[in-house]
Write a protein that binds this ligand. Structure first.
Ligand SMILES: C[S@@+](CC[C@H](N)C(=O)[O-])C[C@H]1O[C@@H](n2cnc3c(N)ncnc32)[C@H](O)[C@@H]1O
Length: 186
């Protein structure tokens, strides 16, 4: 199965991973080529675990000495395991009939485009430490309403920390945290 090779979205997230990863326990979901996991390691993360649903990505990550497990989102992560930083460059595009199935696994988030992100966010809160941070990539082509509602319901807050305009879409990196009384939603 094709391994997603780094593109603009990968590099946009990578820049933030480099800033956030130092001394953190990091979980890289949908690691693919391992670009985020490697950046976290190089930036002095305390520990890094990479996951992907794609067997070939897992074999590749292991060949690069990255600690990797095959997992559908958090399915193979211990229920009680928590991280300081979870990063995900998800499949975020709405389904395109023309796209072949193999590349769709990396790019298509579902019929609307937000489905995998919603599943991810439903599970993610129980895997971050109280002061933990989630970094995720979204596109202007990803519908945001359900994502924002879910975050509100889960008492999580988000802010856009970087943005890149491309020819056909705008990419954003969101920083997501658990809301505390000290940091109410803006
Ligand atoms: C856009 S690529 C990102 C790859 C890499 N992290 C990067 O930044 O370049 C999305 C990755 O998510 C993986 N993926 C898709 N659905 C997944 C799921 N349900 N659980 C885990 N990984 C998944 C794909 O196999 C692919 O490697």
């Amino acid at each position: 199965m094709l391994i997603y090779q780094p593109r603009e979205d990968s590099y946009l997230l990578q820049k933030q991973v480099k800033k956030y990863a130092k001394n953190k326990s990091v979980l890289d979901i949908g690691s693919g080529s391992g670009i985020q996991a490697l950046s976290a390691i190089e930036s002095g993360a305390k520990s890094v675990l990479a996951t992907d649903i794609n067997d070939d990505a897992i074999s590749f990550l292991k060949s690069q000495n990255i600690n990797a497990i095959k997992s559908n989102l958090f399915s193979k992560i211990k229920k009680t395991e928590k991280f300081d930083l979870i990063v995900f460059n998800p499949p975020y595009l709405p389904r395109e009939k023309k796209e072949d199935k193999e590349s769709a696994l990396s790019t298509t988030g579902g019929k609307m485009g937000d489905e995998i992100i919603l599943r991810f966010l439903k599970q993610a809160k129980s895997h971050i430490n109280k002061k933990g941070i989630i970094l995720i990539v979204l596109s202007s082509l990803t519908p945001k309403d359900r994502i924002i509602n879910l975050l509100k319901n889960k008492k999580m807050k988000y802010k856009v920390i970087s943005r890149q305009h491309l020819f056909f879409e705008t990419l954003e990196v969101w920083e997501i945290k658990i809301q505390t009384n000290k940091n109410p939603p803006h």
